[in-house]
Design a protein around this ligand. Structure first.
Ligand code: Q5B
Length: 608
């Protein structure tokens, strides 16, 4: 293992597997420490590339995302720490790939459950290539005021509380990540704080050992004393015992091996970590504490006495003027995330969108306040859903039935109409469903299918102003406007549109009043007297009948009716209905494997 410093205030890492929270915590720590550059240079998210937006203090920054370790290392040659948040299944392979990169010096493996044989290979490779592995099964480590791995030391509040935003004089190494948080607190209480803290992880074969880090701390001048928190199970602590005995450590080491309670159990006990298994005397906490004590470490009589032992050791070093306690600094305030500030009621923010028709935030989505379960359980139909989402109210059954009839009757009108023709040509050009559908929908307008709103507008205006059909049609003619809802390419006075008949029959039977429709029929009688093709068409029938629905249902105020007509809701019925047919035509052409459409020359008049 390399001697001395692992990290500095300029160390940058590559973060494997995108995990928003630990990366943001690293960046928040950077800001707290007054780092000039973010400690995460790049993210590796296998198969994905681009940028990930995160905060560096108040500023939003875009961190590059790479799809491979190789690409990330090539793009960020100065980033020498690899923080591996891969699952236990892929942690070993990705860690080995990272170790093989010449730019990577330290690899931290967070995953628990990495196969021991894989870890051994990683350790062997790292040792022979002078690289450092922290973990597996670790939270990572921290160099106070400089660099932090992932979630180490927990929340920003805890980091501030433990004064980890600036370096102290204590080097700390632990097996347990959870306990290291506890110890950061303890050490901050009774000393001037942590210089560096490492959790080596609870596996039987850690990538780097307690003694590796103690020997390294021994070489860092800023580290004046060391604290070790070992664990029962395994023999890792004995390499530290050896190092102490051989005089390789010349700074005070306060140590405690937890798990003394294992003796209270009759049988062998496995604690939380894979390596924390009570075995023989050598593996016991008592055995290790005794060996460390005999080798010269300061070992208290219980965990409870550890804090006092650290305090005493620190005080002695201060007294001997080996430590000049660091001056306190006030860390900058991390800006609070908007979401949490809103949640806690500290700030208010204007919304950017207002919506009144549906809400998916609760247990189940609601349409105009009606939950999905009611829609299904109470047998609502498409007409009811349209009523809720378009008109924001439940309409009487005859109204929703009328809406459904409109949808059914307008769903298709053969392959020769404008919309279907466009859809067919588009589908035959090899385009996808949505392209084929919208190319058909785009033909809907004042001449084709999209005359319903104008029909409603003009019929309503003429009827409300008590114009006779003659006055209405002739005034339109004077203005050069064709009467919307009148006229058809193939329907005639002697070949009426069946759809119009069906709609009229339904309305005459169920609507309380059909005054607008009867007016439209009078207009038709007049236009038919002029030309046989000037029938009331399906757009005209729906437009006039919807006026009757709005006025006769008693569910809409006069202003609401005017608004519906003014905004133009009713073409929506044709758009919705005809989408069904256009989708059908797309499938039909695809199913029939029809080739690219080309219009025949013979069907074009070429002229100058
Ligand atoms: N003339 C629909 O015209 C069509 C007149 C008129 C006064 C009128 C035409 C029109 C208003 C828009 C409308 C919806 C373009 C139609 C639909 C869905 C569909 C389609 C399908 C489906 C047809 C001949 C003479 C001229 C014109 C006069 C025509 N319309 N005068 N008011 N409304 N209507 N659209 O047959 O003196 O010779 O110059 O614009 O309601 O789209 O099935 O195909 O389900 O898919 O091409 O049903 O009526 O007639 O243009 O040759 O005109 O009649 O001024 O007079 P045509 P043109 P003049 S339903």
């Amino acid at each position: 293992m390399a001697t001395g410093q692992l990290f500095s205030r300029t160390t940058q890492a590559l973060f494997y597997n995108y995990k928003q929270l630990p990366i943001q915590r690293m960046l928040d720590f950077d800001f707290l420490c007054g780092r000039e550059t973010p400690s995460v240079a790049g993210i590796i998210n296998p198969g994905a590339e681009g940028f990930q937006k995160l905060f560096f203090g108040q500023e939003e920054i875009a961190i590059p995302v790479h799809s491979t370790i190789e690409a990330a290392c090539a793009a960020h040659p100065t980033a020498d720490v690899f923080i591996n948040f891969a699952s236990f299944r892929s942690a070993a392979a990705s860690s080995m790939a990272a170790l093989k990169q010449p730019t990577i010096r330290v690899v931290a493996i967070i995953a628990e459950g990495v196969p021991e044989s894989d870890t051994k290979q990683l350790i062997a490779y790292a040792r022979s290539n002078n690289k450092v592995v922290i973990g597996p099964a670790t939270v990572g480590g921290i160099q106070a005021g400089a660099f932090k791995i992932g979630d180490t030391a927990g929340t920003i509040d805890n980091i501030i509380h433990c004064k980890l935003y600036r370096p102290g004089s204590v080097g700390f190494v632990s097996k347990s990540g959870g306990m290291s948080n506890e110890m950061y607190n303890t050490i901050a209480r009774v000393t001037d704080g942590i210089y560096e803290g490492i959790a080596i992880g609870g596996d039987v074969f850690p990538g780097s050992t307690l003694s590796d880090h103690i020997l390294r701390f021994n070489n860092i001048p800023q580290v004046k004393m060391m604290v070790v928190l070992g664990e029962l199970g395994g023999r890792d602590e004995y390499s530290l015992v050896e190092a102490l005995k051989q005089g390789k450590v010349n700074k005070p080491v306060v140590a405690w091996v937890s798990g003394t309670c294992a003796r209270l159990f009759k049988s062998e006990v496995q604690f939380g970590h894979a390596g924390a298994k009570s075995g023989g005397e050598m593996e016991s906490a008592q055995g290790k504490n005794q060996a460390l004590r005999e080798a010269g470490a300061i070992v208290p009589t219980s965990y409870e006495a550890l804090e006092a032992a650290i305090k005493e050791t620190f005080a002695k070093l201060v007294e001997e003027e080996k430590i000049t306690p660091v001056k306190e600094i006030k860390p900058p305030q991390i800006p609070e995330d908007l979401n949490s500030a809103i949640k806690s009621g500290k700030v208010r923010a204007p919304t950017h969108i207002i919506s009144t028709i549906s809400d998916d935030r609760g247990e189940e989505p609601c349409y105009a306040g009606v939950p999905m379960s009611s829609i299904v359980e109470q047998g609502y139909g498409v007409g009811d859903v349209i009523s809720l989402l378009w008109f924001k109210r439940s309409l009487p059954r005859y109204c929703t039935h009328f809406i459904e009839i409109c949808i059914m009757l307008c769903a298709d009108h053969g392959p020769c109409v404008s919309g279907a023709h466009n859809t067919i040509v588009t589908a035959r050009a090899g385009k996808d469903l949505v392209s084929s559908l919208v190319s058909g929908l785009l033909t809907i307008g004042p001449r084709f299918g999209g005359a319903i709103d104008d029909a409603a507008r003009y019929f309503k205006d003429a009827y409300d102003r008590c114009l006779t059909p003659y006055e209405f049609v002739e005034s339109m003619k004077k203005k050069g406007i064709r009467v919307p809802g009148i006229g058809h390419r193939i329907k005639r006075g002697d070949n009426r549109d069946k759809r119009v008949e069906l709609l009229q029959r339904f309305a005459r039977t169920h609507f309380p009043s059909v005054k607008y429709m009867e007016y439209a029929v009078q207009v038709e009688t007049y236009t038919l007297s002029k030309a046989n093709n000037l029938v009331l068409n399906v757009d005209g029938a729906i437009g006039s009948l919807f006026l009757d629905l709005l006025a006769g249902s008693g569910m809409f105020s006069k202003q609401e009716i005017d608004e519906i007509v003014e905004i133009g809701y009713l073409n929506g019925l044709f758009v919705l209905a005809r989408s069904i047919g256009l989708i059908g035509h797309t499938f039909d052409q695809k199913r029939l494997k029809q080739p690219l459409y080309r219009h025949p020359w013979e069907d074009v008049l070429y002229t100058k």
